[in-house]
Design a protein around this ligand. Structure first.
Ligand code: SAM
Length: 282
């Protein structure tokens, strides 16, 4: 179903991204929208109340957090359907990204309410871009489980991924998490991005072994962990027949065997000699 967000008779829910550390991250567009709305639904009324006060605004606030997301979302939808203009914001960054909001969005769409996002900062992307580990593809995992056995299992499932991995972590778990990462992922390149956009912003780049030995007392505040993707030579989801077929397709397109193997090595992250071997054996 097609519907223009800003040229429609349908009601519109505004998801508003908020600062992750530096209050100047609030854009003129965010202020414009917050001025216009009748009601602000938010994760924590104290946090959002402060932000609105800083902007010189006063709006009715409604709490919509993880523990009341279902009932509060239904209430917010009622308000929008009764003609109120409503914005939703979480405590920091984008709603829905390791934060509440997804249920509200789904319920809005089910009720024929359009949804728009007012852009702003996001800790994962901020960390990724400065990490030095940003590649074409990345995988955002958010928080790993607090329980070590579950966390190790989660990491095992991620170990073969070729994309750069992005994690959120809390200071009281950082050391255990870095240890688990080193055990499961090996000594990959990684980066801890701490206190982003704040006065004490810090990037700690190194191998997972080195990072896991850092004094946890020096790792306070909010942080994102970026880890290089797998450099493994054999991707479990591609079998030899498929690799050979990829080479054959390129040769049929006019590439020399050598160039075709090089291209397949680049796209699959497999070792050139390995591809050469299986191609010539068959
Ligand atoms: N919705 C947010 C976003 O879009 O980035 C994320 C919210 S999540 C509950 C909070 C986690 O994000 C923190 O534990 C930390 O891992 C990361 N984070 C948030 N602000 C940060 C900052 N200023 N510096 C580093 N990490 C931050």
């Amino acid at each position: 179903m097609r519907s223009l967000n800003f040229d429609s008779k349908k009601p519109l829910l505004y998801l508003v991204a908020t600062p992750i550390g530096n209050m100047n991250e609030v854009s003129p567009r965010t202020i414009e929208v917050l001025k216009e709305v009748d009601l602000v639904a938010c994760e924590d009324t104290r946090v959002s109340g402060k932000l609105l006060k800083m902007l010189g605004l006063s709006k009715p606030l409604v709490s919509l957090r993880e523990h009341n997301e279902v009932s509060a979302s239904a209430e917010v939808i009622k308000q929008i359907l009764s003609g109120k203009k409503v914005a939703y914001m979480s405590d920091a960054g984008y709603p829905c990204i390791s934060d509440p909001g997804s249920r509200l969005v789904k319920l809005a769409l089910q009720n024929d309410i359009n949804v728009t996002t007012i852009s702003g900062p996001n800790a994962a992307l901020n960390a990724l871009t400065s990490s030095g580990l940003c590649e074409d593809h990345f995988y955002f995992h958010g928080f790993l489980d607090a329980k070590s056995s579950v966390r190790l299992e989660e990491l095992r499932k991620l170990a073969d991924r070729n994309e750069t991995l992005i994690f959120y972590e809390a200071p009281h778990r950082i050391q255990k998490t870095l240890n688990d990462m080193f055990v499961i992922l090996g000594n990959r390149k990684a980066c801890i991005a701490r206190e982003l956009t704040k006065k004490h912003e810090e990037f700690i780049r190194g191998g997972l072994e080195e990072l896991s030995k850092l004094d946890p007392e020096t790792l306070k505040g909010e942080m994102v962990i970026i880890v290089e993707g797998s450099l493994g030579e054999i991707k479990p989801d591609i079998n030899n027949d498929e690799i050979i077929q990829m080479v054959k397709n390129l040769v049929n397109m006019g590439l020399s065997t050598k160039d075709a193997i090089k291209k397949v090595a680049e796209t699959t992250n497999l070792n050139k000699n390995y591809i050469y071997k299986i191609y010539h054996i068959n």
